[in-house]
Design a protein around this ligand. Structure first.
Ligand SMILES: C[S@@+](CC[C@H](N)C(=O)[O-])C[C@H]1O[C@@H](n2cnc3c(N)ncnc32)[C@H](O)[C@@H]1O
Length: 231
């Protein structure tokens, strides 16, 4: 199931709304990290820069074949070999990654969807104990030029409450400003998350390292121009 209000405007415009390198700096995404998972690659806005920074593989997923194809095109142009893309409905199927196999899981512009606790639990499941789940989201502010409707747009306190419900440690999580329009939150997987880890069924099919693309067939998903309910 496609998450509500998860469509996007045109790529060039979308990418004027985010200071990608600042965001990745503030989340300390760098060479010290091994494998990383990303839910919703979109145009690859973060996928390529994250993959450039880390030492391991970036496993990135999207339900939309167009987004997977576009991100793959950018990865090839950039000569990246540490990106694994998969067209996958993460809500229905989970991330398909082994439990505790990632250093970090990224949930960027995504937790306004239905069942955020379920997604956070799945993110918590795949990261190692002590690993991080990073969330970025639009500020809860009517002046933002885009972003989900205010009635479903979470405030930072709401995201923290969801993360705690998902079994993540929020004790060091205070919102970090990501100008111009976003903020970020970092949660840690504590040792005691084990009882929460079975929510979304993984099939382990995406867990072997290597650059590749799976799923979705043609790569001709919904054109961004025709998207309704866009973020
Ligand atoms: C608002 S965009 C954010 C993209 C990217 N994270 C960014 O910030 O640039 C949300 C993305 O999530 C994808 N998505 C929506 N529902 C999904 C699902 N059930 N499984 C996987 N991806 C999904 C959409 O296709 C879209 O590309």
């Amino acid at each position: 199931m496609r998450l509500r209000e998860s469509g996007m405007p045109e790529e060039a415009y979308w990418e004027t709304l985010l200071d990608v390198e600042l965001i990745l700096d503030r989340l300390a995404l760098d060479r010290r990290l091994g494998h990383v998972a990303e839910l919703g690659c979109g145009y690859g806005t973060f996928t390529i820069p994250v993959a450039r920074r880390i030492a391991g593989i970036l496993y990135s997923f999207d339900i939309d074949a167009f987004m997977i194809a576009r991100t793959q095109e950018r990865a090839l142009t950039a000569g990246m070999h540490n990106i694994h893309l998969e067209c996958r409905d993460v809500v229905a199927e989970g991330l398909g990654l082994d439990e505790a196999s990632m250093d970090v899981c990224l949930l960027f512009n995504i937790v306004h969807g239905e069942e955020p606790v379920r997604l956070l639990r799945e993110a918590a499941r795949v990261v190692k104990v002590g690993g991080s789940v990073h969330v970025i989201h639009w500020r809860y502010d009517l002046t933002t030029p885009r972003g989900p409707s205010m009635d479903i747009r979470p405030r930072p306190e709401q995201i923290i409450a969801w993360a705690e419900e998902a079994g993540l440690d929020s004790s060091k999580s205070s919102p970090v400003d990501m100008p111009p329009w976003h903020y970020g939150l970092t949660f840690l997987r504590p040792p005691s998350t084990d009882q929460q880890l079975t929510t979304l069924a993984p099939d382990n099919s995406a867990s072997s390292p290597g650059p590749r693309v799976r799923g979705c067939g043609s790569g001709r998903g919904t054109s961004p121009r025709s998207r309704r309910n866009a973020t």
